[in-house]
Ligand binder design. Structure first.
Ligand code: AMP
Length: 115
């Protein structure tokens, strides 16, 4: 838990969020400022800053993020009729990362083109 991290605060229930799924290692929330019809964030509970600081011991978290995306695809298909989605990780400030706790964007349906 990092004191100044918004996602750590969501995981600790110190600030509210719309929670879509939760496991022992991951939480999935709705993005506060959606850039598509469906915009979820898959967030590891462990405070990993970005992919650059990902360690070998974190490999299980990475694969669990992929499998979570696969599970969300079914939910997306129920809502939009297609389970296709974009999986995007902004890793580092120059790549557009604004929250420095690793997260994958899941975007589906009318994705804003500049995103
Ligand atoms: P990034 O630019 O890749 O770091 O993405 C950060 C994302 O977190 C943005 O899409 C924000 O809209 C989203 N975000 C920031 N604060 C919150 C929050 N409290 N609840 C849900 N999403 C948030």
């Amino acid at each position: 838990m990092h004191q100044d991290c918004v996602f750590c605060k969501i995981i600790a229930r110190e600030i509210p969020a719309t929670i879509i799924e939760e496991t022992d290692q991951l939480i999935v929330i709705q993005d506060l400022n959606p850039k598509a019809k469906i915009h979820y964030l898959i967030i590891p509970k462990k405070h990993i800053i970005d992919i650059q600081s990902f360690e070998k011991a974190d490999c299980c978290i990475g694969s669990k993020m992929f499998f979570m995306a696969q599970a969300l695809s079914q939910k997306i298909a129920e809502q939009l009729g297609s389970g296709d989605f974009r999986f995007q990780i902004n890793s580092g400030i120059k790549a557009g990362q604004r929250v420095f706790h690793l997260h994958a964007h899941i975007l589906a349906g009318s994705i804003q083109s500049e995103f």
